[in-house]
Design a protein around this ligand. Structure first.
Ligand SMILES: Nc1ncnc2c1ncn2[C@@H]1O[C@H](COP(=O)(O)OS(=O)(=O)O)[C@@H](OP(=O)(O)O)[C@H]1O
Ligand SMILES: [Mg+2]
Ligand SMILES: [Mg+2]
Ligand SMILES: [Mg+2]
Length: 310
């Protein structure tokens, strides 16, 4: 009998995220990023385009009845056949006996896959390579239930011989894998936030939490990696900048390991295929779910009102 659909989706997503990571690294090696300005402070490179072509074409072929939404608007008529993979990661498939009951019998029509082929594009163009992640989030009905975060330049500080890349994945109710879970330092309050889009509201919300340290880094995926590895206590971005493809995979991985991601009013985002793309309510994520209410209680009233999710 074949493995449960949720596991096959995650196993395919892990394999295709690894291939997308190789595509990203190959483009950087050419030295020509093919940068297009989609809008103000909003870049797209050949790596974003080709990585998404690889991910969406592969997943569409493997799961033709599932909705897939990617960040980039693309023409899929010229996809390189070498970028289409039907591989399924064997280590993921080993978990077939531990799937939580509510995910055992999901239906393809209830699934939406959210793809950010390259999260941290600005940082990629600036050489801040560890900020880059490939994000594939899987939602069943409105809930983010599984996610893959592939970090293509993990280890790059260790020199040219170092093996690059790592895969983190999780399923809510099963667990999260591919990293060492470390609790954040008890006597500190480290908050990670945007490096590129700081404004009065973002700063006001952070200041209200009286952090001992602020880590300004790129990418929703990278910021959630800082949480799950205990390098930050909270990810706070009191701005409607993130989209559903930024938060679906990170939210699922975080929830799978005991953290929590909501808007700044404490509401969960919804991820069914008809939902609004923009996360109007901002982002508050904590690596320990029990810390979440404290951060919510510190949100200034004016910011909570402005960022009411619509
Ligand atoms: N309109 C608007 N207002 C405020 N902030 C915005 C806006 N659009 C994008 N952003 C922030 O820009 C960062 C990069 O966006 P993306 O994650 O969409 O980019 S990408 O995946 O790298 O292409 C990301 O912030 P970082 O957290 O610094 O990565 C987004 O939250
Ligand atoms: Mg982008
Ligand atoms: Mg993104
Ligand atoms: Mg992107």
């Amino acid at each position: 009998m074949s493995e449960p659909l949720i596991l096959r989706l995650v196993a395919s997503s892990v394999s295709v995220a690894n291939m997308a990571g190789r595509i990203i690294r190959d483009i950087l090696k050419t030295g020509d990023l093919g940068i297009v300005e989609k809008g103000l402070n909003d870049l797209q490179t050949e790596a974003d385009r080709n990585a998404q072509k690889c991910i969406v074409s592969s997943l569409m072929k493997a799961f033709p009845d599932v909705a897939i939404i990617g960040e980039e608007t693309l023409d899929y008529s010229d996809v390189n056949p070498d970028w289409i993979t039907m591989d399924q990661d064997a280590d993921v498939l080993k978990h077939a006996g531990s799937i939580p009951d509510d995910l055992k019998n999901i239906s393809a029509k209830d699934i939406c896959i959210w793809v950010d082929p390259l999260d941290g594009t600005a940082e990629f163009t600036q050489g801040l390579l560890d900020h880059v992640t490939v994000l594939i989030g899987i939602a069943v009905k409105e809930k983010a239930v599984a996610g893959v975060i592939y970090q293509p330049y993990y280890n790059y500080q260790n020199g040219p011989q170092a093996e690059l890349g790592r895969t983190i994945w999780g399923i809510v109710g099963l667990g999260a894998f591919g990293f060492e879970q470390v609790k954040p330092p008890a006597k500190e309050r480290i908050i990670t936030t945007t490096r590129s889009h700081m404004d009065g509201a973002v700063k006001g919300a952070i200041d209200a939490c009286q952090p001992t340290k602020i880590l300004r880094v790129g990418g929703a995926g990278h910021k959630v990696l800082l949480l799950i590895e205990g390098k930050a206590h909270a990810y706070l971005f009191a701005s409607p900048g993130c989209k559903k493809w930024d938060t679906c995979a990170p939210e699922a991985v975080l929830h799978a390991m005991g953290g929590k991601l909501t808007d700044v009013n404490g509401n969960f985002y919804q991820y069914h295929s008809g939902v609004k793309l923009r996360n109007d309510g901002g982002t508050l994520a904590t690596c320990l779910f029990e810390d979440h209410p404290w951060y919510l209680s510190k949100m200034p009233e004016a910011i909570r009102c402005t960022l009411k999710s619509k």
